[in-house]
Design a protein around this ligand. Structure first.
Ligand code: ATP
Length: 232
C-alpha cells in the first residue's frame, strides 16, 4: 500500500535523510523506529510532502506522490496525527472534528458518533474548547480529527508522548481497535513495550538511513540490535 524508496530530504542546505526505504502492506501496522533525531519525523513529513524529498520515491496505493502538494496527498487517504497534536485550540471538540470531516454521514465513512464510540471522553467534552482538554484528550482529538478525513493509512507521530500511563493505554487500545478493523497504520512511538505487540513489521532508522527491517519478534529477541539502534 505504501512503498518508500531511497528518500533523501534536506532542510535548507542540511541533509536529514540519506536513503530511507520502507514498505507497508495493507492492513499492517508498521513501526518506524530509531533514537532521537534519526529522521522519523522527517520521513513522515517527506511521505506527506510537507517537506518534499529531493530524491527518492513514495508510492501510495500504486500512485507516485511526486509533485503533489501536501493537501492532495492527504486527500488521497493519508491521515496524519502530527507530533505535538496541534488541535484547533479555540474550537470545541465537535468543531475540531467537523472541520476535517470528509463525507456525508451516510457514506460509511467516519462520523462524529464513530469517533465518540472510539473515545468516549470526547463525547463527554464535545462542547468544550480544545485548549481546555488535558494532553491525553487533545491527543485523542488529534486522532479523531485524522480519522474524520477517512484515511486509508493513518500515520501517528509520537501520539503517546508525555501522557500518563492510563491515558496512554486508552490511546493504544484505540489503535488496536483500528488495526482490528483493518486500517493500515504507520506508527512512530518511543513506548516499545506497547508498540511492538501491535506491530506487524519494523523499520529502524539511524542517521537518516533505514538500517534494519524485520519482524517485531526478531527485534524483541535481539537485545544487541535494540541496544545498538534504539538505545534500549
Ligand atoms: P525525534 O524522535 O527527536 O522527534 P526524529 O527521529 O523524528 O527525532 P527528525 O525530527 O526527523 O528526527 O530529525 C532528523 C534530523 O533533521 C535531525 O538532525 C534534526 O536536527 C534535523 N531537523 C529536523 N527538523 C529540522 C528543521 N526544521 N530544520 C533543520 N533541521 C531539522
Amino acid at each position: 500500500m505504501l512503498t518508500v524508496s531511497g528518500l533523501e530530504t534536506f532542510y535548507g542546505p542540511s541533509q536529514a535523510l540519506f536513503g530511507v526505504d520502507l514498505s507497508l502492506q495493507q492492513g499492517q501496522v508498521l513501526a518506524l523506529m530509531g533514537r532521537n533525531g534519526m529522521g522519523k519525523t522527517t520521513t513522515i513529513r517527506s511521505i506527506m510532502r510537507l517537506t518534499p524529498p529531493k530524491r527518492g520515491t513514495v508510492h501510495f496505493a500504486g500512485q507516485d506522490l511526486a509533485g503533489l502538494q501536501a493537501f492532495r496527498v492527504a486527500r488521497l487517504g493519508l491521515g496524519l496525527v502530527p507530533e505535538g497534536r496541534r488541535v484547533f485550540a479555540p474550537l470545541s471538540v465537535e468543531e475540531n472534528l467537523r472541520a476535517t470531516a470528509r463525507e456525508a454521514e451516510d457514506t460509511g465513512g467516519w462520523t462524529l458518533q464513530r469517533v465518540y464510540a472510539l473515545f468516549p471522553r470526547l463525547r463527554e467534552r464535545a462542547g468544550q474548547a480544545a485548549r481546555t482538554l488535558s494532553g491525553g484528550e487533545q491527543q485523542m482529538l488529534a486522532v479523531g480529527r485524522a480519522l474524520m478525513t477517512n484515511p486509508r493509512l493513518l500515520i501517528l507521530d509520537e501520539a503517546t508522548e508525555g501522557l500518563a500511563p492510563l491515558i496512554r493505554a486508552e490511546i493504544w487500545s484505540a489503535i488496536a481497535a483500528l488495526k482490528a478493523e483493518g486500517l493500515s497504520i504507520l506508527v512512530v512511538d518511543k513506548h516499545l513495550k506497547d508498540l511492538l505487540p501491535l506491530a506487524d513489521a519494523c523499520v529502524v532508522l539511524e542517521k537518516g538511513r533505514s538500517v534494519w527491517a524485520g519482524s517485531p519478534q526478531t527485534l524483541q529477541g535481539d537485545a544487541d540490535l535494540q541496544h545498538r539502534y534504539l538505545g534500549v
